[in-house]
Design a protein around this ligand. Structure first.
Ligand code: PLP
Length: 456
């Protein structure tokens, strides 16, 4: 147990929390009735709460702790950095060794067309940066009318007002009168969720969904469209893995039309899909790539944007100052954490481990769950997995929030079987740390099945 922070009882923490802590993405009245689970320490892939219960973290926190918990190398690197230089800015012609080194290390693993990174503090800020930079790019090319961003329904790009507008989460839009003007959305390539449309193979479906981009560009006028942004695999939307036909068609359209292609790599980046970038997995060449999460494995808050030479060139030549940045852009401690995390990924060959060991094993285990009476479909790609829950296996009828089965599944899994997965509606999703052993992965699948048995 963590002696340093865990000095009061669970009930005390819950009471303090209920009285004063407003949680992100939470129904606070409901949460305060139930009481928060208080996680106080973690090691490897295991979380421990203040009552001493242990859970397999099937979500790497929020898709970020890719190198696992308790990595002393990162802790040491951050502590050393805080002693040497806890803070200095990267504005006004200043830098520091950690920012310079991390930028170079990132460029070395980035796709070949990307040689520069702009540092932010989160994925949301990365997408706000993308929004401003892409518009400046077209201004520099003498095409200031190209302002509209096309995203996807049910896509997630963060929670600031701009990132919410880019994303396509209806509930988020509805609550605050978004999206802003200047954003449009096409349908997602969600074969299962769209009822497996009759007469269409997944590949035909994927291609049709991609072609919506072409139609949307025509509708809005190519001269008004700035960029298309999408997650290589939609994460928060429910681990929606596109048919193989989807991305090549998107790339074709972006090549033929004059718009920027942006792959949001906040989840897919740093090895999650079995190669360094989701774009690499799907063979596409983006112009901008927002990153975060796995960038520091969650040991420090950080995000960034990889900028292609194509975009950097005209902006550096013509825009003069880019009036954009954050006090903590390139924060020394975050850079130190990022460097240490990147070294672990490289030295322990964890991206290769995802590709060669974890992804095939997860695919097999997830396929093994598909025979369960409550499971309509399972799918995986890299070290991402989804289980679609259905009320009726024969008809494919969904729970559609009935009994909040997703929430129930989550409560059961967290409470009883010591496994944390996330529920998105009726879809249970997983994104475990890359250091998970094969035995732990088998155990995770067994616990997922036990949870499903409880629901059946
Ligand atoms: N983009 C994607 C694809 C994400 O999944 C997320 C967060 O889950 C974000 C952006 C926003 O990142 P952050 O929560 O760090 O602002």
């Amino acid at each position: 147990m963590n002696q340093q922070t865990n000095i009061r009882s669970t009930a005390d923490y819950q009471a303090m929390d209920a009285a004063h802590h407003w949680h992100p993405f939470s129904d606070m009245a409901d949460l305060n009735r139930k009481g928060s689970r208080v996680i106080s320490s973690a090691q490897g892939v295991w979380l421990t709460d203040t009552d001493g219960n242990r859970f397999i973290d099937g979500m790497s926190g929020l898709w970020c702790v890719n190198v696992g918990y308790g990595r002393e190398e990162i802790v040491e690197a951050v502590a050393r950095q805080l002693r040497d230089l806890p803070y200095y800015n990267t504005f006004f012609q200043c830098t520091h060794p950690a920012a310079a080194e991390f930028a170079e290390a990132l460029a070395n693993v980035a796709p070949p067309q990307m040689n520069r990174v702009f540092f932010t503090n989160s994925g949301s800020e990365s997408n706000d940066t993308v929004f401003r930079l892409a518009r400046v790019y077209w201004d520099c090319l003498g095409k200031p009318s190209k302002k509209i961003f096309i995203g996807r329904k049910n896509g997630y790009h963060g929670s600031t007002a701009t990132a919410t507008s880019m994303g396509g989460m209806a509930a988020m839009h509805g609550q605050s009168g978004l999206p802003f003007n200047g954003f449009a959305h096409i349908d997602q390539p969600y074969w299962y969720g769209e009822g497996r449309p009759e007469g269409l193979s997944p590949e035909e479906f994927g291609k049709l969904r991609a072609k919506q981009l072409e139609a949307k560009i025509d509708e809005l006028g190519e001269e008004n469209v700035c960029a298309f942004i999408a997650e290589p695999i939609q994460g928060a939307g429910g681990v929606i893995i596109p048919p193989e036909s989807y991305w090549p068609e998107i790339q074709r359209i972006c090549n033929e039309r004059e718009i920027l292609l942006i792959t949001d790599e906040v989840i897919c980046g740093f090895g999650r899909t079995g190669s360094w970038w989701g774009a690499e997995t799907y063979g596409v060449t983006p112009d901008l790539m927002p990153i975060a999460k796995g960038m520091t494995s969650g040991y420090q808050p950080m995000g960034g944007v990889f900028i292609s030479d194509k975009v950097a060139g005209p902006v550096m030549e013509k825009a003069g100052e880019f009036y954009h940045g954050y006090t903590y852009s390139g924060h020394p401690a975050a850079c130190a954490a990022g460097l240490a995390s990147l070294r672990i990924l490289q030295e322990e060959k964890l991206v290769e481990r995802v590709r060669d060991v974890l992804a095939p094993r997860m695919a097999k285990l997830w396929a093994g769950l598909a025979d369960h009476p409550l499971v309509g479909e399972t799918r995986t790609r890299g070290f991402l997995g989804a289980i679609e829950l259905v009320k009726n296996k024969e008809t494919g009828e969904r729970f559609d929030g009935d009994l909040g089965v997703g929430g129930m599944a989550r409560d059961l899994s967290v409470g009883k079987h010591g496994l944390v997965m996330r529920a998105v509606g009726d879809t249970m999703i997983a994104s475990p740390p890359y250091v998970m052993t094969e035995e732990e992965l088998d155990e995770m699948a067994a616990r997922a099945r036990a949870t499903l048995d409880d629901l059946a």
